[in-house]
Design a protein around this ligand. Structure first.
Ligand code: AMP
Length: 189
């Protein structure tokens, strides 16, 4: 039996000028979640729309094709787009998880939250020295999580080639915590 391997009609091969507006229209803002004063940007409606999801992935792949050996997805929403992007790039996928979730030996990095600290981890053998790593998450807010993920990659002697997020909350200036890292956001709020 022959398989039809042509890309689906909805996958855009060239630049996709309407993508940011279409994604902006799909994101749902939930006020006061998970705590008063925070407006949570929910991207589950984007995941429900296969054509839009594929356009988001195709946009990242156009920018990053050939540049990454491994994609890191940050728990939990970074796992979803990150694993699809890894598949399309032909790259490996590595989960970065909250403390205590990974079963084997880990590197850990802690960072400050508004109240308290958080810790994320990666398996010590997940990345080989010199591997080129793309970090993926849904939202860049204060930048603490992404900066900690970048530090985890460095602890493995691997190299971060970039950070990809769907949405950057620009008023929180998270990008500043990422120094010279190539950060790309599809949308900036
Ligand atoms: P930060 O470390 O402050 O940059 O926060 C980034 C992490 O928290 C990401 O993994 C996001 O999924 C999540 N996050 C932070 N703020 C929001 C928000 N307003 N809406 C949705 N997710 C958020």
């Amino acid at each position: 039996m022959t398989q039809d391997l042509r890309p689906a009609d909805h996958v855009v091969d060239g630049p996709d000028p309407d993508l940011a507006a279409d994604v902006a229209a799909s994101l749902r803002a939930i006020p006061d979640f998970p705590e008063p004063g925070v407006v949570f940007k929910d991207f589950t409606p984007l995941l429900l729309d296969p054509a839009l999801r594929d356009r988001v992935v195709a946009d990242v792949v156009r920018r990053r094709a050939g540049s990454a050996d491994v994609v890191i997805g940050i728990e939990a929403r970074g796992f979803i787009l990150g694993s699809v992007i890894a598949h399309e790039l032909g790259a490996g996928f590595v989960p970065v998880r909250k403390q205590g979730k990974l079963p084997a030996q880990t590197h850990s990095v802690s960072y400050d939250l508004e109240y308290g600290t958080a810790t994320i981890e990666v398996h010590t053998d997940a990345l080989r020295p010199g591997q080129r790593v793309l970090v993926v998450d849904d939202v860049l807010a204060t930048g603490g999580t992404a900066a900690a993920a970048v530090e985890l990659v460095r602890r493995c002697d691997a190299e971060v080639v970039g950070v990809e997020v769907v949405l950057e909350l620009g008023f929180l200036h998270g990008r500043q915590r990422l120094g010279g890292t190539d950060v790309h956001a599809l949308l900036v709020d």
